[in-house]
Design a protein around this ligand. Structure first.
Ligand code: GLA
Length: 385
């Protein structure tokens, strides 16, 4: 049904039929937050919430974009891709196209219709999903082969250089490389990765969006990156390291006194979070879901107290979850300041959990949280219509 509607909308926008469907995933991150740009390991998984791009090759020099719920068509001239940075809609696409062009691929005009089911600004990486799905469409119509890991790297570059967000590789990697029913244990310093079955037994992962209005989310993401850079530079004077993730908790305890104030707190979060990722993967592999839940809680506390990227909405939502007897752990995911939490909840208790946490959250914050029905799926899909 959704596909039928999208095909109809494509026809209406462009006067021709869509021929292909490219999709890339939004993601959760089980654990390993704000460590990807410090060379740490992360543990994301691709979702059923996705950026769906319906496409048709037209030839020529124009990429035409249309979007579900938005009137009109945005046109990108392939010879002027530098000029779309200020676009509110279409800038990610232009950034990705520009990066592909820089690799020497000759892009070809096409029409693309976007139906993105990843909530925007929800901490589930809608931007990465848009970038990755767009890249796949553009490569396909250019008749150029692509490697999914390279696509993730290129999409990250587009976000860094075109959209101005100095993000790490986690989101784009998960969006491109995710695997059904698995989380991806990704070492962000080498891009070595391992798929680990996300088997939670009688438990489910519940994804909740705190719905903090986007206009109020004051993201200090780039500031955090600068703070950990300062920590790294200082510690490199005494330690032979290339990234903070190389420090064990014991190493860090020896040199922590060289850092002060927020810089010390930020570095401590990174080191301890990297340690938690290893422990979480061990717990999951051993079927110790309670242990995993405790680590999720610790991750949240560290993001709240040391990294300071949570805020009252995410703190309230995760604290309410933790109060539930059938919840083993809960934490914010993604960049923070707004967006989503994940909670490990007994399958049989999910309905009541959503009802009670939802009501208490609305009471405390003044507006509702959203709860999503999620499943873990493949990253990229490509199909003929
Ligand atoms: C955002 C960024 C990622 C990562 C997370 C925090 O989602 O895009 O690269 O840094 O925040 O873990």
């Amino acid at each position: 049904m959704e596909i039928m509607e999208a095909k109809q909308a494509f026809l209406q926008a462009f006067g021709a039929n869509a021929e292909d469907l490219f999709t890339a995933a939004g993601r959760i991150n089980v654990i390993g937050e704000h460590v990807d740009y410090c060379g740490g390991k992360v543990f994301p998984a691709a979702l059923n919430l996705r950026c769906n791009v319906y496409g048709r090759k037209t030839g020529g020099d124009t990429v035409k974009l249309a979007f579900k719920g938005i009137d009109g068509v945005v046109e990108l001239n392939l010879n002027a891709l530098e000029s779309y940075r200020a676009l509110k809609i279409g800038n990610y696409q232009a950034g990705v196209a520009l990066e592909i062009q820089k690799t020497g691929v000759k892009l070809v005009g096409c029409e693309l219709y976007y139906d993105c089911t990843v909530p925007f600004g929800g901490g589930l990486s809608s931007s990465a999903a848009i970038e990755v799905a767009t890249a796949i469409a553009l490569y396909t119509y250019a008749g150029a082969p692509y490697d999914k890991v390279e696509v993730a790297k290129l999409a990250q570059k587009a976000e860094n250089e075109y959209a101005g967000v100095n993000c790490g590789i986690m989101d784009q990697f998960a969006s491109a490389m995710g695997k059904k029913e698995h989380a991806v244990l990704l070492d962000c310093s080498t891009l070595a990765y391992e798929y680990v079955p996300l088997r939670l037994g009688d438990y489910a992962l519940v994804v909740a969006n705190c719905n903090k209005p986007h206009s109020l989310v004051e993201s200090k993401y780039n500031v955090r990156r600068q703070e950990v850079e300062i920590a790294l530079k200082t510690l490199q004077e005494v330690k032979n390291i290339s990234c903070l993730a190389e420090l064990s908790p014991k190493d860090f305890a020896e040199v922590k006194h060289l850092l002060s104030g927020v810089i010390a707190k930020r570095a401590e979060h990174v080191v301890m979070e990297c340690d938690r990722v290893n422990k979480a993967v061990e717990a999951l592999k051993a079927g110790d879901i309670e242990g995993l839940g405790r680590l999720l809680n610790e991750s949240h506390y560290s993001l709240r107290d040391l990294y300071e990227v949570t805020g009252k909405e995410l703190d309230t939502l995760s604290a309410l979850a933790r109060k539930e007897t059938d919840c083993l752990g809960s934490r914010m995911i993604g960049g923070g300041f707004g967006g989503c939490t994940i909670s490990i909840v007994k399958k049989s208790a999910v309905e009541g959990f959503i009802r009670r946490v939802g009501a208490a959250y609305a009471e405390a914050i003044g507006y509702k949280a959203s709860f999503y029905e999620t499943s873990i799926e493949d990253g990229i899909t490509v199909s003929k219509l």
